[in-house]
Design a protein around this ligand. Structure first.
Ligand code: ADP
Length: 256
């Protein structure tokens, strides 16, 4: 098996006494889609910032694609961000006075490959080739988020990080963005998404859950456990409706 794309060893991010992340060990395989779940304030964004080299850990080590990101200085981190990661935020952060094409080209400017055809290709890739000359205000929420994905893809990143990418979208637009993520994964991109929505999390290959800066469960998020217990209640309810007694040994208990 090839080296994982991402490895975290004993990673912590403390703000004086507050432990935003506290001793996280994690690997992410190449081509994997990992979903990060957990309540507000549990450390999800902090983790994403460390993966994207927007921040450095106060302890522990982070490797991405063979590079020890946690040992880089600011210049090294900027180079890493240009070359290896694409970041999509919940808030779109598009410049309102630039067209979709120009917004993608601004990102290219930072990657020092200002090239309209490439920006155009990235917009085509997210299905927005025909919206290239629209301003953000002329695009729907889902279209704006897809421009952000195009912007994140323009440097052909190894790792795509998305923090609540569908948090502000209606169901239709959410579905479009999620289909795009599924396609990107099928093309070999490695994705890490933060989400509160279990239905979004379930699309990923694997879910991790953070609680107070620690990984609590590597396989089954708590909402999923709730869902499985709901299944048991439904079995009991159906039995009750049919006025049959369900012997305890016939209840199918969830596999947790
Ligand atoms: P989440 O994304 O799960 O909502 P965050 O990673 O944003 O959580 O935050 C985790 C904890 O770290 C929270 O208690 C938050 O208030 C704290 N925190 C995050 N950034 C800072 C900062 N720059 N200074 C101080 N505390 C911070």
């Amino acid at each position: 098996m090839s080296e994982p794309l991402v490895r975290l060893e004993g990673v912590a991010r403390h703000y004086s006494t507050l432990k935003a992340l506290d001793g996280v060990d994690l690997t992410i395989e190449r081509g994997e889609w990992l979903s990060v779940m957990g309540p507000s304030g549990s450390g999800k964004s902090t983790l994403m910032h460390l993966l994207g080299a927007l921040d450095t850990p106060t302890a522990g080590r982070v490797w991405v694609d063979g590079l020890e990101v946690s040992a880089l200085n600011e210049t090294g981190r900027a180079k890493f961000r240009r070359e290896k990661v694409g970041i999509v935020f919940q808030q779109f952060h598009l410049l309102p006075y630039l067209t979709a094409l120009e917004n993608v080209m601004v990102a290219q400017h930072y990657h020092s490959v200002a090239d309209a055809p490439e920006a155009r290709a990235a917009l085509d890739r997210v299905g927005l080739g025909d919206r290239a000359h629209h301003l953000p205000s002329q695009l729907s929420g889902g279209e704006q988020q897809r421009v952000c994905v195009a912007r994140a893809l323009v440097n052909q990143p190894r790792l795509l990080l998305a923090d609540e990418p569908t948090g502000n979208l209606d169901e239709d637009n959410e579905a479009k963005v999620l289909t795009l993520f599924e396609e990107l994964q099928a093309e070999g991109h490695t994705l890490v998404t933060v989400t509160h929505a279990l239905r979004v999390g379930l699309l990923a290959d694997r879910r991790i859950e953070l609680s107070h800066g620690r990984l609590t469960d590597l396989t089954v998020p708590s909402q999923e456990i709730d869902r499985r217990y709901d299944e048991v209640l439904i079995q009991l309810w159906i039995a009750d409706e049919r006025r049959t007694r369900l012997a305890p040994e016939r209840v199918q208990l969830p596999d947790v």
